[in-house]
Design a protein. Structure first.
Length: 135
């Protein structure tokens, strides 16, 4: 249990840093995508910003538990196991959810693509951290 919590917290910190970097890179590199976040579908004024910053810790704790249960199935070296873990998570959890969001909300395919890429990066980074801290 200690390894799950410790690796989850460390991963949460790393993912928070990656999320902030990804957010700023998206704003700089794709300003037309950033403009879409001013749509009324996105509630940015209700004081829920804290929830955004908690997301990396919530996902990292869930992924840490999932890693502990699933790591024995993964084969290969350090990078292979981390990448495979990330891809499995993204295909099982993220792709179906993003599909539903795209089908039901007024969001562009470009935003959906950036969310998918961010989720893939987060999951692979998490897998690599878990592989290092809890092999």
């Amino acid at each position: 249990m200690k390894k799950i919590i410790t690796s989850g917290i460390v991963t949460g910190i790393i993912l928070l840093i990656f999320s902030e970097i990804g957010l700023h890179l998206t704003l700089l590199m794709f300003p037309c995508i950033a403009v879409e976040y001013f749509d009324p579908a996105f509630d940015t004024e209700s004081g829920k910003a804290t929830l955004y910053y908690l997301h990396p810790f919530i996902i990292s704790m869930a992924l840490s538990w999932f890693w502990t249960r699933f790591k024995g199935v993964l084969t290969g070296g350090f990078i292979t196991r981390g990448v495979e873990f990330g891809v499995i998570y993204v295909l099982i959890a993220t792709l179906p959810m993003i599909w539903l969001i795209y089908a039901s909300m007024n969001v562009s395919l470009a935003i959906i693509a950036t969310w998918f890429i961010l989720a893939l990066i987060q999951a692979v980074v998490a897998g690599l951290v878990f592989e290092k801290m809890n092999p």
